[in-house]
Design a protein around this ligand. Sequence first.
Ligand code: AOF
Ligand code: ZN
Length: 370
Amino acid sequence: MLTDQDRTDHRFMAAAIRFSRRHLGLTSTNPAVGTLIVRDDGNGPVIVGRGVTAIGGRPHAEAEAIADAGELTRGATAYVTLEPCAHHGRTPPCANALVTAGVARVVGAASDPDPRVSGKGYAILRSAGIEVREQVLAAEAADQLAGYLNRSVNKRPEVILKLALSADGMIGRRGEGQIAITGEIARRQVHVMRTETDAILVGIGTAIADDPELTVRLPGLRGRSPARIVLDRLARLPATSKLARSAKDVPVLVAACPEGDAANRAELERAGVKFLATESFDGRVALPELLEDLANRGMSRVFVEGGADTARAFLDEGLVDRIALFYGPEAIGSDGIAAPIGRDHIPAGFALVREARFGEDSYAEWMKEI
Ligand code: AOF
Ligand code: ZN
């Protein structure tokens, strides 16, 4: 049985998680945490302050929320989507800031795997006499913090595999380049999803066949394009491609191996393309090493957008953490290119986290436990 307190805690934690989303993709290498300061002066709980980890990662969410609520923090409850930090980093510990500001109660969602923080943040609060409740909507918070949690626990970014499928499970038609499978509303949703990641990744096959731009082209969000990464063992990306031509505006990183085309590489470098030195394995770019390198560069979410071979390579190595499938209403038929995955054959270990409709298209998303 849920108590009134449980219901209140769930409601405000859900709001804190939603609020944290505001800076998703903008706080690297820190997680985008949300904090709400809520007080009840006899007429029911009211939000008196809110904070999200600032762009670039600091100040932390708690400090922002305390500054927002001011004196009203005293005696209030703080809802934090991640255990408050306990370490003296570039900012003083948030656990101490909550003590000093006089909060009476702290409700936390996800635990922080960072060894400087893990368990210590809550311990500081408890030893100051603050009532602490942990793990409220922990799974929902982990969904939002998955990039940070993956990077912290697995030392690689969260890999999100996105595919647009026809009603009969195809991702294209043989011999044709980019074909429209989903509609305009779904396309815009993909652009929103891009803003919440650190990089969009495609294979060289897709880069050549589709000549995609892979930027965010929504009004007001054009500045939110993440880096573009191409898996291109032999450094074949044409210098005339849209990717190369826009490399000075939005970063392009080509993952190539030493055997790649040196002349083309020099030309791409002149266009502003950067290279990631990668190893090859079985005639392909070695993905685990590449991901480790991206994590070391501070990336925590990588959005894999194509094509079928690249998707399959990540799936075969068990390197996909989230699967996002858009389904269009039409079938493609027998000359279609089959998707390596579909809603009826999601690999073991994934759980459905959301379903939606975007215009004529349907959407479903699965996540692997971190
Ligand atoms: C919080 N609130 O909003 C965030 C936290 O480099 P620093 O000093 O900024 O510390 C980074 C660590 O702080 C990061 O690894 C994670 O443990 C925590 N992030 N903590 O209390 C926040 N973003
Ligand atoms: Zn902190």
